[in-house]
Ligand binder design. Sequence first.
Ligand code: HEC
Length: 97
Amino acid sequence: MSRVCFVVALVVLLSACELPQGQTKISLPEPESEGAQLVKKFCSDCHAPPSPLVHTAEEWPNVLYRMQERRRMKAYTLMLEQEQEQVLNYLQQFSKS
Ligand code: HEC
């Protein structure tokens, strides 16, 4: 029985290794654009960078604010005001309608 648990744990661990931090299967629209680069830079420290489609343009400012606060709590480099604006513009441009 414990052997089974060990195997299960191993499989979980190994599959977690398939996606190293910062790498993701989600493809951001216009990946070369500055907005996409900033999302990759600031939104992949804690989870895979989200698709802009997960929120509407109205919802994004609030989510972004929360994520900036999470960066602050972790003492990660904060997004500059201008960077935050670019990220927001990008997310809104491709957001859910
Ligand atoms: C410091 C860590 C951290 C960073 C950096 C971060 N997030 Fe998050 N994010 C979280 C945590 C923790 C959750 C789950 C709890 C929550 O929803 O607040 C989350 C959840 C989310 C969710 C799902 C919940 C929802 O409201 O839809 C979205 C979307 C999201 N983050 C977007 C972003 C974006 C965009 C960025 C980059 C600007 C970002 N995150 C950067 C920690 C982070």
